[in-house]
Design a binder for this molecule. Structure first.
Ligand SMILES: Cc1cc2nc3c(=O)[nH]c(=O)nc-3n(C[C@H](O)[C@H](O)[C@H](O)COP(=O)(O)OP(=O)(O)OC[C@H]3O[C@@H](n4cnc5c(N)ncnc54)[C@H](O)[C@@H]3O)c2cc1C
Length: 383
């Protein structure tokens, strides 16, 4: 029995079905694979050719290795090809559907049908007990099974059926759950910063965002309330409440050298900066952060300070946009509790946890879906 008909649950169901197991998948949502459908803007970044354990955060950095080694990007590409789904590489290993992620959901459902997997939707679980076998009480009656797979994902996007159910099941069976938090999520600025920068909503440019020693290069996007874009989203994986973000607004340029080259110039600072950054951003920056004047009227100290400010803009966000908007939940069932080979709980034989509910969180770029496939595949070899 598998609870959760998302990426991990469906992949696990198919593998169990292929082994001739009798498989029931239940989900409280009205449709299967809700998150797959909206992933990657509806085109679903379903894997990344560069997948390694280094692309995941977990209290145990090695935990995901075994599952990833036994289900590679080539495996999911073969599945996609066998179902005649057109795909393409968007950038640096990120594989997307050409048409729609619905094709992947349809392929998973078709494969479930072929392997005899039964799926029951809008089915609510009210209780789970274990006495030799697992007894699962649901809105459609009671089911028993010698294997129970929890594939209910994390807390983000509750409007799509996300719940803390999997964490609660783990706790019920006395398994540790790490602290969880929304991740791959936009930042919200403090009030005064919000006031200054809200006019820039929609402006995006290349930058590098650091949290401690982790640094991500890519676009940042100003929103009405703060900062989004790939580099900011990645940084959110490591950000802890109250901590600072450091942003290099010109990662491709040594702006201090550019200032020194223009040392004798009567050019206004904002004119020089507008050659490297969007004009509207430069206007706001110059109005609020520096005293723009002709370069030749700036002191050496001023030039150095302005350059430092541009290469290491420090902000302390008020918070993040939270689980409503987060792509993933960081943290989850503590990997110490699980076999890295099978995802089975060490203390509770027959109980498995797969996908996002586990404390394994991928970077942006197809790594989270790949973990869902790989962990579902691993559990599907034994459950
Ligand atoms: C907007 C958005 C875009 C994303 N884009 C990408 C992307 O392009 N690439 C990528 O790799 N990752 C992406 N992700 C992350 C990725 O979708 C998830 O990490 C992945 O789907 C997790 O798979 P899962 O099977 O573990 O959980 P889920 O897909 O969340 O599936 C869990 C299932 O369990 C069900 N469930 C929950 N609670 C209960 C309960 N109490 N009873 C019964 N059923 C329950 C849910 O209804 C759901 O069907 C994105 C996420 C979001 C929100």
């Amino acid at each position: 029995m598998i609870i959760g008909a998302g990426a991990a649950g469906l992949m696990c169901a198919i593998e169990c079905g292929r082994r001739g197991r009798s498989v029931l998948v239940i989900d409280h949502a009205e449709r299967t694979g809700s998150k797959i459908r909206i992933s990657g803007g509806g085109r679903c970044n379903f894997t990344n050719l560069l997948v390694t354990a280094d692309h995941y955060l977990s209290r145990n950095a090695h935990f995901c290795r075994s599952a990833l080694a036994r289900f590679t990007p080539r495996d999911i590409l073969s599945f996609v090809e066998n179902h005649h789904i057109a795909y393409y590489e968007k950038e640096a290993g990120q594989m997307f559907c050409v048409k729609s992620s619905r094709e992947i959901v349809a392929a998973l459902e078709q494969e479930c049908g072929r392997t005899g997997v039964e799926i029951r939707l809008t089915c609510r679980v009210s209780d789970i007990s274990h006495a030799g076998v697992f007894m699962v009480t649901t809105s459609e009656g009671m089911f028993s099974s010698d294997s129970l797979v929890i594939a209910t994902g994390g807390l983000s996007y509750s409007k799509l059926g996300a719940s803390g159910f999997g964490h609660d099941v783990a706790r019920k069976f006395k398994l540790k759950v790490t602290q969880v938090r929304p991740a791959l999520v936009p930042f919200v600025f403090q009030g005064p910063d919000q006031k200054v920068f809200k006019g820039l909503a929609g402006i995006a440019f290349d930058a590098a965002v650091s949290v401690g020693r982790k640094k991500y290069r890519g676009n940042i996007l100003f929103t009405h309330r703060g900062l989004s874009g790939p580099a900011a989203l990645q940084a959110s994986l490591y950000w802890e409440s109250g901590g600072p973000l450091q942003i290099d607004l010109l990662p491709a340029l040594d702006i201090h050298s550019a200032f020194l080259s223009a040392r004798q110039s009567k050019m206004e600072m904002h004119t020089l900066l507008a050659g490297h950054l969007p004009k509207r951003f430069v206007q706001t920056w110059c109005d609020h952060m520096i005293n723009s004047k002709p370069i030749n009227q700036c002191s050496d100290k001023e030039l150095k300070e302005i350059a430092d400010g541009l290469h290491a803009w420090e902000i302390i966000p008020k918070g993040t946009e939270g689980y409503d908007v987060a792509e993933v939940t960081a943290g989850g069932v503590n990997t110490d509790e699980l076999s890295s080979k099978t995802m089975e709980a060490k203390k509770v034989p027959g109980l498995y946890f797969i996908g996002e509910v586990v404390d394994v969180t991928g970077l942006l770029g197809g790594y989270n879906l790949h973990w869902a496939w790989a962990s579902g595949h691993a559990a599907g070899q034994l459950a």
